[in-house]
Design a protein around this ligand. Structure first.
Ligand code: ACO
Length: 171
């Protein structure tokens, strides 16, 4: 049975090599329910609109994701001294028919708190998501980003493979 206070995904998906390369005042770990209070949504506000989300709504979304083991991997970097979330990133695993029912990892919603940017936390979040993608059997990880962030992802080992198309239904 799943521990009601347990993390979003098992700790075995957290790459020990990446954790050991973090400065000792930071920890890399799966999302947990207490991250609402630890400010995960504030960090995501550096990326885009988050909206006014109650703790109850956050918890419901967390439980939805946790019930789908092997699909949602939200990794966190916490600053130990403050207990605050300073970095976050998601890998969503898609099951396909093509490539012999292959799996593709979608990297989404990467954000590092403004005051912590430039300290190599972002690159560690991407490495952690790449580790998970490989471990779970994805044949590739993919992502969309603005031209402004292209060089960051190049430094993370990604290359340009086309361009993003979108159609909005919320406006
Ligand atoms: N353009 C060019 N190079 C960059 C950029 C950039 N925008 N951002 C980082 N880099 C470089 C760094 O200089 C560093 O290079 P070095 O190894 O030669 O010194 C390398 O990339 C790694 O940088 P980090 O310090 O790990 O980057 P950081 O922790 O600041 O995180 C991030 C980068 C996630 C883009 C951060 O700036 C951020 O949160 N920005 C606001 C939100 C955002 O735009 N998120 C990405 C959205 S795309 C998506 O979610 C799929």
């Amino acid at each position: 049975m799943t521990d009601p206070n347990g993390p979003l995904f098992p700790l075995s998906f957290v790459c020990p090599d990446i954790s050991s390369k973090l400065r000792p005042d930071y920890v890399l770990r799966p999302l947990q329910l207490s991250d609402y209070q630890a400010g995960v949504l504030e960090v995501l506000k550096d990326l885009t609109t988050v909206g006014d989300i109650s703790e109850e709504r956050f918890n419901e979304q967390f439980e939805y994701m946790r019930a789908r083991q092997g699909e949602y991997f939200v990794v966190i970097i916490e600053k130990i001294a403050t207990g605050n979330v300073v970095g976050v990133g998601t890998l969503l695993v898609e099951r396909k028919f093509i490539h012999e029912c292959g799996l593709v990892g979608h990297i989404e919603d990467i954000a590092v708190a403004k005051s912590e940017q430039g300290k190599k936390l972002g690159i560690k979040i991407i490495s952690a998501l790449d580790f998970i993608g490989k471990k779970i059997g994805c044949y590739k990880n993919i992502l969309d980003c603005s031209p402004h962030n292209e060089q960051f992802y190049v430094k993370c080992g990604y290359s340009n493979a086309g361009f993003e198309m979108t159609k909005r239904f919320d406006k």
